[in-house]
Design a binder for this molecule. Sequence first.
Ligand SMILES: Cc1ncc(COP(=O)(O)O)c(C=O)c1O
Ligand SMILES: Nc1c(O)cccc1C(=O)C[C@H](N)C(=O)O
Length: 421
Amino acid sequence: MTSTTTLSLEDCVKADAVDPLREFRREFAIPEGVLYFDGNSLGARPIAAQECAARVIGDEWGNGLVRSWNEAGWFDLPVRLGDKLAPLLGAGEGEVVVTDSTSINLFKALASALSIAAAQDPSRKVIVSERDNFPTDLYIAEGIISLLDQGYELRLIDQPGDLTEAVGPDTAVVMLSHVNYRTGNLYAMTEVTAAVQERGALMIWDLAHSAGAVTVDLSGADADFAVGCTYKYLNGGPGSPAFIWVNRRHQNTGIQPLSGWWGHARPFAMESAYEPGAGIRRFLSGTQPITSLSLVECGLDVALKADMADIRSKSLALADLFIDLVEERCAAYGLELITPRKHERRGSHVSFVHPEGYSIMKALIARGVIGDYREPGVLRFGITPLYLGYADVWNAVDVLRDILENKSWDRPEFRERDAVT
Ligand SMILES: Cc1ncc(COP(=O)(O)O)c(C=O)c1O
Ligand SMILES: Nc1c(O)cccc1C(=O)C[C@H](N)C(=O)O
């Protein structure tokens, strides 16, 4: 569907009828009456996940018991799932493991990158990131800086355009989110990686808002490390394990400081001294949450059946439609778009700022249009082409217009803050 003005619901219904991804919606359990625009926080449940959970809990755990570490392939699951995820990241076999959380994987990646940078040039003491990066990324960097206590510092840029100027001969590592969690800004991975490496620094990407949503080519960009989660666009389930990708040239060089027994060269030799395993396995630490790890496969199996180019073009078309409809139908109500309009600069969510953003989002959720809220004043709408269609976008904006027109957000119950927004 092309970006036009004066779009009708009928146009959207017609666009849905010829959408090459329309059958994928059947693969997901979306409750009746819900328009789900929060797959950028927690992806919807693949129908297959319920049966998978029953098999893992009932059969593999219940009947197999401890034998399942071998017989059901539990021990190899982080590596097997990493290999399965790799094509969606432009990565190869033996380069990715699904394990731990994004925060923990970032700790491993950053510590490892700093150890590699220090071996090359110990005078490089700066980690460059973005003030508007997802907070956990900055907190993890602060934690490593205090733990190492070797004069490292964090340099934060305020605009994506300030990046190249901030990276210099003092820079050890640059750590950025490929897609910004708040604005949806998308960095040009290949160009940015090349600029960072030309300046002698290592490049770490956080792909939390990219994996399964936008085209990613880690090998093509020749980045150094990447991390990301599986509970958003990969539909792995709440708190499902994250992933870490390590360029082969670094796998056996840096220090992976969470040196637990799963990363040991011979875990069941039970040796008292640590000897890192070869390759990506050394980025494992300890025992993995096998039930939730197993569910990651259901989301991956769905995503791998779809063509990533179709996902990307539908994501852009749905977001264009969302923006056009808001601008056409909600123009009088003070919503300000903070997401880049340019396709090459946009991820897969759309964000608007409004002084009453929190109450408006709560009012939307009460009407079944589920997005989320981020400070300050940001209404965020995730665009997930596998289970959202053009008519869904039209209907969501229709509810938004109604809430704004009737000021129905202006009620005490919509002002009460929940713990999770
Ligand atoms: C860019 C980014 N990094 C990291 C995280 C979270 O990491 P974790 O799963 O460790 O809580 C999120 C979202 O929660 C995120 O948006
Ligand atoms: N990870 C989350 C959580 O534990 C609770 C609620 C939301 C989340 C999210 O994923 C937030 C998300 N990363 C964001 O971009 O804001």
